[in-house]
Design a protein around this ligand. Structure first.
Ligand SMILES: Nc1ncnc2c1ncn2[C@@H]1O[C@H](COP(=O)(O)OP(=O)(O)OP(=O)(O)O)[C@@H](O)[C@H]1O
Length: 261
């Protein structure tokens, strides 16, 4: 509990006495206490700019109320905040969902990464200007997963549905497991932590069809190859080699396991 609800009992200059919801009574500086809207909805609001008080406890309370109702996405104006659900929510990301967000006005439907991707795609088409989507957050926050959803949506919008074989959009999506094998590892915070930065560029033609793509990687944590701390792992690719090697290599497999586990 970073912040606790309470009711003001007394105001004395710049000190306030508050009865907290945990039954404790505390006296604090007025600047350390934040106002709360007594009429705020227990379900929260889907856009934080609608909050009566936009401060840290207000934002956290709103995110928590929504998370408790399985609403992991919330807007703050044009910014999308994602709270990691730590479980699969397939219904949120299926084709029907993509269809719903296609061309819908921003804010018309529930907050979603598809809505952000859709706005970027439409702006690019209508104004002919390149668009960027910045995904940031601490380790394990869900950046990689959100980025993959955005890429899936853009591939869906810009793909050639009936085309056979390896189209550019398929190659873009299929590059993810390869990049993750060589650049992701288990850490204490995330079982699939990206140990490098990534700039993904998807190019579209005049009609909005994907015409090319480029992935640039930055600052791979190279020291992990020869030095891993307790309870962390090396890059996934090494374990994949061990898991996929033929029986005849079992002996060396054992050696490799000793090295990397
Ligand atoms: N939207 C989501 N739905 C289901 N699971 C999720 C979602 N977002 C994140 N996760 C879970 O949380 C884990 C960590 O997320 P992710 O790898 O995207 O974090 P990250 O911000 O990229 O972390 P890092 O900076 O360490 O690479 C995922 O492997 C997945 O299990």
């Amino acid at each position: 509990e970073a912040w606790i609800d309470g009711e003001v009992l007394k105001v004395n200059g710049d000190t306030i006495t508050v009865k907290c919801s945990n039954e404790k009574t505390v006296t604090a500086k007025a600047s350390h206490v934040h106002a709360k809207d007594p009429e705020e909805s227990p379900c929260g609001v889907d856009d934080m700019t609608k909050l009566a008080y936009l401060h840290e406890p207000g934002v956290l309370q709103n995110l928590k109320s929504r998370y408790d109702m399985n609403e992991i996405y919330t807007y703050t104006g044009s910014i999308l905040i994602a709270v990691n659900p730590f479980r699969r929510l397939p219904h949120l990301y299926d084709i029907q969902m993509m269809e719903q967000y296609k061309g819908a006005d921003f804010g018309e439907l529930s907050p979603h990464p598809f809505a952000v991707a859709d706005v970027a795609y439409r702006l690019m088409l209508n104004e002919g200007i390149s668009q960027s989507i910045l995904v940031s957050g601490e380790s394990g926050a869900g950046k990689t997963e959100s980025t993959k959803m955005i890429m899936r949506y853009l591939a869906y919008m810009g793909g050639k549905a009936a085309t056979e074989g390896r189209t550019v959009e398929k190659q873009v999506l299929q590059s993810n497991p390869v990049l993750e094998a060589f650049g992701n590892a288990k850490t204490v915070r995330n079982n699939n932590s990206s140990r490098f930065g990534k700039f993904v560029e998807i190019q579209f033609d005049q009609k909005g069809r994907i015409s090319g793509a480029a992935v640039r990687t930055y600052l791979l944590e190279r020291s992990r190859v020869c030095q891993i701390s307790e309870s962390e792992r090396n890059y996934h690719c090494f374990y994949m080699i061990c898991a996929g090697s033929p029986e005849s290599l079992c002996e060396s497999k054992l050696c490799t396991r000793k090295l990397f586990n």
